[in-house]
Design a binder for this molecule. Sequence first.
Ligand SMILES: O=P(O)(O)OC[C@H]1O[C@H](OP(=O)(O)OP(=O)(O)O)[C@H](O)[C@@H]1O
Ligand SMILES: O=C(O)c1cc(=O)[nH]c(=O)[nH]1
Length: 213
Amino acid sequence: MILNKDTAKKTAELLLQINAIKLEPENPFTWASGWKSPIYCDNRIILSYPTIRNYVREEMGKQVEALYGKPDVIAGVATGAIGIGMLVAEYLGLPFIYVRPEAKAHGRQNKIEGKLEENQSVVVIEDLISTGKSSLNAVDALESHGANIKGMLAIFTYGFDIATTNFEQKNIDLHTLSDYSHLTERAAESGYIKEEQLNTLMDWRTNPSEWKP
Ligand SMILES: O=P(O)(O)OC[C@H]1O[C@H](OP(=O)(O)OP(=O)(O)O)[C@H](O)[C@@H]1O
Ligand SMILES: O=C(O)c1cc(=O)[nH]c(=O)[nH]1
């Protein structure tokens, strides 16, 4: 999943530096899946920091090219990966589209926004993988439109078994810049996460779908 350990460490450090990692065990976050969680990784904040978004742009751009060459199109999963996906497309000089969670109820009623032709090769950019459901929903839409999905690159994954299984079942290749183990290692080393919080996270990580504060 991780292509480069240095990038995984550096990305984790940058996420901590911009306070993209939020810990609220007493007032848990509700995730897209409905799971309650003491942690939230808000990659959207990356866009507010030009130097850091340039780092992510370049690392993702280079990794896409190393893994898949230049696809016909880069697709971002809305909304979290519209900005990030656009940066990657720009870095590679490629067309960009994005995929909504659901088709619009008005206008052209599109689920896929932008120009996508049948049999075009597509690399999907996602900001974060928890269960993988949102990302694979986008893949389904693209495949229904006749796209040939080369693979997916995300900034961060929690590395849950359920995501691995979901991606394997759909036969989609997934790589990420960083992951939960690199993040918690750097966070513990730097003191961003205190020992008590680390214990909560370890407890949560054993059974995240059932965790309660
Ligand atoms: O792997 P999953 O369990 O599907 O969860 C991860 C998804 O959740 C977040 O999106 P969110 O639904 O919060 O919407 P947003 O991108 O519009 O912020 C994130 O951007 C991923 O797309
Ligand atoms: O699963 C989610 O909804 C989710 C988790 C997380 O840490 N960050 C995020 O943006 N979404």
